[in-house]
Write a protein that binds this ligand. Structure first.
Ligand code: ATP
Length: 258
């Protein structure tokens, strides 16, 4: 943990794709133990900054520090092993797997990943697999997916796929999660369920940075809200403060307010 209390700090991030400048000197920090919203109009650069932080963009400039360590341009698996794990807008994984198999794929680094280590310590591999099975079941139960564990991932509803994606993130035992639009395409009956799950993950001490267009969710969950526009940081504060800010209203509406 850094002395300032910031768990994640990004500084002067710049990234372009062809002629498009997606990030133009974006900087912000996220305090440990908070649920922080990252909002801004379409094209503001929110997903791109998640991609830069999580090691999925080559050739960006700027600094990224997580838990006191420089992780700028680190490979995605190094970033997630450091405790910073992201979700994707569309749940990933093999569609031919069952929900349980999908969850089992995503435990923290396992002994059996190396063939030689697996041969050298088969008992440790077995114990670890048993532990992962147990944890997969606990996570599924927590997310109320335990009744669909044997179903194929393809048979899940949009909302259940989002819950599964949250489950994948939790199984990595993160210190911090980057959630990209966990409510997009979710049936209204599951919106409340997902919101409750996110609140409880926050209460368990995991720091959350959340991209979401659903403003009710941002208002309900977030301690702090960061606003981006045109590839840069615009402002931050409590939900009521930032939404009352004229600059924020203007960038959302694309018109000058009186
Ligand atoms: N791989 C890419 N190739 C070309 N342009 C890209 C790429 N990724 C992002 N961009 C462009 O960068 C800009 C920022 O996109 P980004 O997806 O980060 O915005 P966003 O704030 O997440 O938007 P939204 O809320 O619509 O998801 C946009 O103009 C987008 O078209």
């Amino acid at each position: 943990m850094t002395t300032t209390g910031s768990l994640l700090e990004v500084n002067d991030i710049r990234a372009s794709f062809g002629g498009v400048r997606a990030l133009d000197g974006a900087s912000f920090s996220v305090e440990a133990g908070t649920i922080t919203g990252l909002i801004g109009p379409n094209g503001a650069g929110k997903t791109t900054i998640f991609n830069c932080i999580s090691g999925l963009v080559d050739g960006f400039s700027g600094a990224v520090r997580f838990d006191g360590a420089d992780i700028a341009r680190a490979r995605p698996e190094v970033v997630s092993r450091s405790g910073l794990v992201r979700s994707f807008q569309l749940a990933r994984g093999c569609p031919l797997m069952t929900v349980f198999e999908h969850l089992m794929l995503y435990g923290p680094r396992q002994v059996g990943e190396g063939v030689f280590r697996a041969l050298a310590s088969p008992g440790a591999v077995r114990r670890q697999e048993e532990e992962l099975r147990e944890r997969s079941y606990v996570v599924a139960k927590r997310l109320r997916l335990d009744h669909v564990l044997d179903n194929l991932v393809t048979a899940l509803s949009g909302g259940q796929k989002k819950l599964l994606e949250i489950g994948r993130v939790l199984l990595a035992e993160p210190k911090m999660v980057l959630l990209d639009e966990p409510m997009a395409g979710v049936n209204p009956t599951l919106v409340g369920e997902i919101a409750e799950q996110l609140a409880s993950i926050g209460e368990s001490g995991v720091t959350i940075l959340l991209i979401e267009h659903e403003m009710e969710l941002i208002e309900r969950l977030c301690d702090d809200v960061i606003v981006m526009a045109e590839g840069k940081f615009l402002t931050r504060g409590a939900f009521d403060e930032v939404t009352a800010d004229r600059r924020v209203q203007e960038c959302y509406l694309g018109v000058q307010l009186q």
